[in-house]
Design a protein around this ligand. Structure first.
Ligand code: PLP
Length: 369
C-alpha cells in the first residue's frame, strides 16, 4: 500500500512508481526552476531536448540498446504499430509471419491484412486456448518473409515468452508492450521492438519503438512506393528525432523519470529478480490452493506480469473481487473478453503488494472452499 492507500494491480494504464508521481508533482508548475511546466513548453526548446535525451538515454542504459538501433517516441499506441510495421517493412508482393499467442498477437496479425499486407501464421496456440507459448522449433519461418512478429507477453491470457533466444535467419519484430523493461533482453536480436508505454515505462500517450537503423532505409523505400501518409513512416520520425510533429512531451518526460527510477532500483537484473519474486507469491497461492484457484496458463509459459486464474463458482468469484477491493486490492478483474481474475504486477508494483495479496488469497480460500 503506498501513501494513497491502494494496491494497484491494474493491467494498463498501470501503477507508476509513487516516487515518480511525487517528483512530477513537484516539478509540475516550473520544470527545473525555469518558470514553465513541461505541459506548456515547446517541443523544440532546449529544456525539452534534454528531457527527450534523458528518456532515450534511460531506456538505452536499461535495455542496453546498441548504437545500431534507434529509439523513437511515437503516438497511436501499440495498436498503430500493428499497422505501421507491415506497411513499412513488407514490400508489395511480400509477406511476413505472425506467431499468434493471444488476442493482441491476433490483432497484430489481422491488422496487417487490413492494411493490405500479406500476413501468414507462423505458429499459433489458439486451438489450445492460448494456454502456452510455442517453442522456437514450432515457428515455421519462410526465408522470403520480411519478418516474424511475436508478442513477448500476452497481457489478456497471461502468458509470456520465457526463451527469447532464437535462431531465425530473418528479422524478428516484437510487441513488448506488457513486459518491456521487466527483465534484461538482447535488443540486438530484434530488428524492431515496440511498446505502448502505459505498463512498465510510463503513461499512455507515447509508444516506444526501438528499430535497427539499417532497416529504416528499406522502410523508406517501401513507404514511398506505397505512398504512405507521412505520419506512418518510421524513416520520417527517425530523421526528425521523433519531432516531425508535436510529440507527447509530458508522456516522454514521465518515461525519463520512470527509466531513471528503474535504474536507481538496480536496472533490469534487479527488476527481473523482483518480478520473479512477485510472480512466485501469486502463483504459489494458486498452486497451493488445491484447485480452488485454477491457473489458466501452463506453468512453463506463465507470465510474470499478468497472472490469470479462475474461481469455479461465479458467486464466490464475485465475492473475491468485492472483498479484495474492500482491502485495497484493485484492478483484479480479468479482461472482459476472457473473464476470470488477472493480477497485473508490473515493475511499479512492490513485492509487498503481492505478499499482501497472497495472504488475502490464502485466507479467502480457507473461508470459502
Ligand atoms: N499489445 C499488447 C501486448 C497489449 O497489452 C496492448 C494493450 O494492453 C496493446 C498491444 C495495445 O496497446 P495500445 O492500447 O497502446 O494500442
Amino acid at each position: 500500500e503506498d501513501r494513497r492507500g491502494v494496491y494497484n494491480f491494474n493491467p494498463g494504464p498501470a501503477a507508476l512508481p509513487e516516487e515518480v508521481l511525487r517528483r512530477a508533482q513537484e516539478e509540475l508548475p516550473s520544470y527545473g526552476g525555469g518558470g514553465l511546466s513541461v505541459l506548456e513548453m515547446s517541443h523544440r526548446s532546449k529544456a525539452y531536448d534534454e528531457i527527450q535525451a534523458r528518456a532515450e538515454l534511460g531506456l538505452r542504459r536499461l535495455l542496453g540498446i546498441p548504437d545500431s538501433h534507434r529509439v523513437l517516441f511515437l503516438q497511436g499506441g501499440a495498436s498503430l504499430q500493428f499497422a505501421m510495421v507491415p506497411l513499412n517493412f513488407i514490400p508489395e508482393g511480400g509477406a511476413a509471419g505472425y506467431v499468434v499467442t493471444g488476442s493482441w498477437a491476433e490483432k497484430a496479425y489481422q491488422e496487417a491484412d487490413k492494411v493490405g499486407c500479406r500476413a501468414v501464421v507462423a505458429a499459433s496456440t489458439k486451438e489450445e486456448g492460448y494456454r502456452r507459448i510455442p517453442s522456437w522449433t514450432e515457428v515455421q519461418a519462410d526465408a522470403a518473409w520480411a519478418y516474424v512478429h511475436i508478442t513477448t507477453n500476452n497481457t489478456i491470457v497471461g502468458s509470456q515468452w520465457q526463451d527469447l533466444r532464437h535462431s531465425l535467419s530473418i528479422p524478428l519484430v516484437a510487441d513488448m508492450s506488457s513486459d518491456i523493461c521487466s527483465r534484461p533482453v538482447r535488443v540486438e536480436d530484434f530488428h524492431l521492438i515496440y511498446a505502448g508505454a502505459q505498463k512498465n515505462i510510463g503513461p499512455a500517450g507515447v509508444t516506444v519503438v526501438i528499430v535497427r537503423e539499417d532497416w529504416l532505409a528499406q522502410a523508406e523505400e517501401i513507404a514511398k512506393a506505397r505512398k504512405l501518409p507521412t505520419m506512418l513512416r518510421y524513416a520520417v520520425h527517425a530523421k526528425n528525432d521523433s519531432r516531425y510533429n508535436t510529440p507527447p512531451v509530458f508522456a516522454v518526460y514521465l518515461v525519463a523519470l520512470v527509466a531513471e527510477w528503474t535504474l536507481e532500483q538496480g536496472g533490469l537484473t534487479a527488476m527481473e529478480a523482483r518480478n520473479r519474486e512477485k510472480a512466485a507469491l501469486v502463483y504459489g497461492a494458486i498452486d497451493e490452493s488445491d484447485g480452488f484457484y485454477q491457473g489458466v496458463i501452463d506453468p512453463p509459459s506463465r507470465s510474470w506480469m499478468n497472472a490469470t486464474f479462475r474461481i469455479a463458482d461465479a458467486e464466490v468469484k464475485k465475492r473475491f473481487l468485492e472483498e479484495a477491493k474492500e482491502q485495497g486490492f484493485i484492478g483484479l478483474n480479468g479482461h472482459r473478453s476472457v473473464g476470470g481474475i488477472r493480477v497485473s504486477m508490473y515493475n511499479a508494483v512492490p513485492v509487498e503488494a503481492c505478499a499482501k495479496l497472497r495472504t488475502f488469497m490464502d485466507d479467502f480460500r480457507r473461508r470459502y472452499r
